[in-house]
Design a binder for this molecule. Structure first.
Ligand SMILES: N[C@@H](CCC(=O)N[C@@H](CS)C(=O)NCC(=O)O)C(=O)O
Length: 254
């Protein structure tokens, strides 16, 4: 039992976090290292919504979220009234709609909003695998870190770390890096240049306060931050980090 995010949490055998101080608004079925899960977490934390986090075994995703039909991926969001929403961006919009009057998704310039949400969900998404697994060293470091952070069994975690890294590095990351022709760190710097240029003189994409698009980009970056070796490659983007730290401070609960 311990305090986290200002709330009393109890770790049950299944590693389910149960919040006690207030009623929960729903349950997030998640992987600790999944970038899409981090997007939803960023929103839930920003709105300070008490919720349950159900960590699932990465080798049993389909079974663990079978209540969501054929989706078979994380994150899955189950509202306290039983409504199930899948896919990170629709989950974020639905949570904002139900618990925040849709205020974080609202934007006068809807074309700009949709364009940048799409940008985050394609460009940032595609840049995440290469930065985590783009070199043999970072691939091994990431698979070991994933094994540590996820709910694998004792042996399967170790097998994943040592057998997974050549696959992630040699096949998956190589293919994605080839697509852009840029090295992973270079690609992230390029994206953060585009992102900070779009924000311009404002503090956030949303102006003085973060928008859902800010939270989505923040989520992708937080999923990298947990793997310190990979994050070092983007930490030296000064404008990007200024925005990242502003985001961190804007989150109600940390
Ligand atoms: N577009 C989805 C992608 C979800 C996704 O690919 N999640 C990964 C984990 S990070 C997953 O569950 N993969 C298992 C699979 O594809 O079978 C989202 O934004 O939520």
């Amino acid at each position: 039992m311990r305090f986290e995010y200002g709330r009393l949490l109890i770790f049950t055998k299944e590693d389910v976090f149960v919040c006690f101080m207030s009623e929960t608004v729903g349950s997030l079925y998640m992987l600790n290292t999944c970038p899409f899960t981090w997007k939803v977490r960023a929103l839930l934390d920003h709105l300070d919504l008490p919720h349950e986090r159900v960590k699932i075994n990465p080798l049993k995703i389909k079974k663990s979220v079978s209540f969501a039909g054929d989706w078979g991926k994380t994150p899955v969001w189950k509202m306290s009234d039983g409504e199930v929403v899948v896919d990170s961006t629709p989950i974020m919009k639905r949570i904002d709609e139900v618990y925040n009057n849709g205020n974080l998704w609202k934007m006068e310039d809807q074309i700009r909003r949709d364009k940048w949400m799409e940008w985050a969900d394609t460009k940032m998404k595609d840049a995440t695998i290469p930065i985590l697994y783009g070199s043999i060293g970072s691939a091994l470091s990431t698979t070991r870190s994933v094994a540590k952070h996820e709910r694998f069994g004792f042996f399967t975690g170790r097998i994943y770390a040592w057998l997974g890294f050549p696959i992630m590095w040699g096949i998956i990351a190589k293919k994605r890096t080839k697509k852009t022709g840029m090295m992973p760190g270079e690609l992230w710097h390029h994206l953060l240049d585009e992102w900070t240029e779009e924000i311009g003189e404002n503090s956030f994409f949303g102006g003085n306060t973060p928008h859902i698009v800010d939270l989505a980009v923040f989520g992708y970056m937080q999923s990298i931050e947990m793997h310190s070796k990979a994050f070092r490659l983007i930490e030296n983007h000064s404008k990007g980090m200024l925005w990242f730290n502003r985001m961190r401070n804007s989150v109600v609960v940390q």
